[in-house]
Design a protein around this ligand. Structure first.
Ligand SMILES: Cc1cc2nc3c(=O)[nH]c(=O)nc-3n(C[C@H](O)[C@H](O)[C@H](O)COP(=O)(O)OP(=O)(O)OC[C@H]3O[C@@H](n4cnc5c(N)ncnc54)[C@H](O)[C@@H]3O)c2cc1C
Length: 413
């Protein structure tokens, strides 16, 4: 078998599915290739990830018809956030009012988003699928890029988009290097029933030796997010449900009363990935393949959606101008705009993770000082809240620098 198409998307995770939906209707022949089979895509298993979604992400998901497929009862409001350092009682408060909105964002389970994205894509006439088969390699040829599937078949596309996770094989096969940082820690996530009301406020404690977060879910439920050295995470994951509940209640110092496990636990190794670039000949990276964020600042899928928005926009603008899907300006525009969005957040997240996993006395002092100062600096709080609600901007000097590097033509705006 050999098949030709305009755009081949490798990976039907949330990013790949959303991109397929975004390109549908542009008159392109789209091919979606995924290792998992149809049944798993239609009924993705629960994976413990609760995804904090920004206002920009919600509007894109609405536009793509994905949001409408998520059960409203399963979407939790995220009103405010509080960040605590060590045993300090004074948090950095990121309030919805700083973001000029009624709430900072929403929380939805990753498997629900995947299921909804699958429903939005199923039955779209421009999208063909090859499911249940891995893509094993890729190479450019004249006017196209070839994908080699397990079993020996080939797909030929004018443009290939790799949405095949942070450990992307397509990225490596296309010769794009990446800096990976293994933090030596793992994150355990679990849905818990809690006694004390969370008030729909997300809380994060950068305690010494561990990071804890509690994400508010509807009712007396929350997601416990516990980051520890890997051996300690494994031990916690192996406890029986009752022991686990007792240890977690103690870890959270009883702040939310007794906590009881109500779903399976899931453990994720913490590895950050920054590729050298997000394009190669006739190839673009989106989603986690383009930037593998540490989840502590909850930006991964939000950035993934931004990469979908930017690539779809570059492609549709190219077609509107009478150019092709594989015009050089598509990839150069995508590289510039998607990096402009992801670089500041990747650097900020890596700095936060570095600072808060460094237990030495100077680092402890710096982080406490930074958090206190940040709490008193309204423009800083507004910048963070505005990132989430879409009603703010980066502080002026940072924004000027960002524009100078990524948008030289607009630096003087
Ligand atoms: C614990 C945790 C909490 C998180 N919390 C947040 C949050 O609050 N907010 C937020 O924005 N983000 C969050 N994230 C990040 C978010 O989950 C990811 O950014 C998102 O799921 C990535 O989607 P993706 O489609 O890029 O990749 P994936 O979900 O990894 O999907 C990749 C797909 O590609 C397929 N594939 C891989 N290789 C091949 C191949 N060779 N051939 C064919 N198919 C292939 C896979 O089967 C898979 O279906 C969190 C992540 C974790 C781990």
């Amino acid at each position: 078998m050999s098949t030709d198409c305009d755009v081949a998307i490798v990976g039907a995770g949330p990013a790949g599915l959303c991109l397929a939906r975004a390109l549908d209707g542009l008159g392109l022949k789209i091919m979606l290739l995924e290792a998992a089979d149809r049944d798993r895509l239609a009924r993705p298993p629960e994976d413990g990830r609760e995804i904090a979604l920004t206002h920009a992400s919600r509007s894109l998901l609405e536009k793509l018809g994905v949001w409408q497929h998520i059960d409203r009862a399963e979407i939790s409001d995220l009103l405010d956030a509080e960040i605590y350092d060590g045993d300090s009682l004074e948090p950095l408060r990121i309030s919805r009012h700083d973001g000029g909105s009624e709430q900072l964002g929403w929380l939805a389970a990753n498997y629900q988003i995947r299921k909804a994205a699958w429903q939005a894509v199923s039955g779209q006439s421009d999208i063909e699928m090859i499911l249940g088969r891995r893509v094993e390699g890729t190479s450019p040829k004249e006017n196209a890029r070839i994908l080699r599937l397990e079993g020996g078949d080939e797909v030929s596309a004018r443009l290939v988009v790799a949405a095949d996770s942070r450990f992307s094989n397509m990225r490596r096969a296309a010769g794009i290097g990446a800096r990976m940082r293994d933090y030596g820690r793992s994150m355990l996530v679990a849905r818990m029933e809690i006694e004390a009301d969370h008030g729909h406020v997300a809380r994060e404690w950068f305690a010494y030796g561990r990071t804890l977060a509690l994400l508010p879910l509807n009712g007396q439920r929350a997601s416990a997010v516990i980051t520890l050295p890997t051996a300690q995470t494994r031990r916690l994951a192996a406890l029986d449900a009752e022991q686990f509940g007792a240890e977690v209640t103690a870890l959270y110092e009883n702040r939310h009363g007794r906590m009881r496990l109500i779903a399976d636990r899931h453990v994720y190794p913490m590895v950050g990935v920054w590729p050298d670039r997000v394009v190669a000949e006739r190839l673009a990276l989106v989603g986690d393949a383009a930037v593998g964020m540490h989840p502590v600042t909850a930006h991964g899928f939000n950035l993934g959606l931004n990469s979908v928005r930017v690539l779809a926009d570059e492609i549709s603008r190219s077609l509107e101008r009478g150019n092709e899907v594989d015009a050089p300006a598509v990839l150069s525009g995508f590289q510039r705009r998607s990096r402009a969005a992801s670089l500041p957040l990747f650097v900020a997240t890596s700095t936060v993770v570095g600072l808060y996993t460094d237990e030495r006395a100077p680092a402890r002092l710096v982080r406490r000082t930074v958090l206190r100062a940040a709490n008193r600096l309204a423009p800083f709080r507004r910048a963070i809240a505005g990132q989430l609600t879409g009603r703010g901007s980066l502080p002026a000097p940072v924004e000027a620098l960002r524009r100078r590097v990524f948008e030289p033509g607009r630096a003087a705006d």
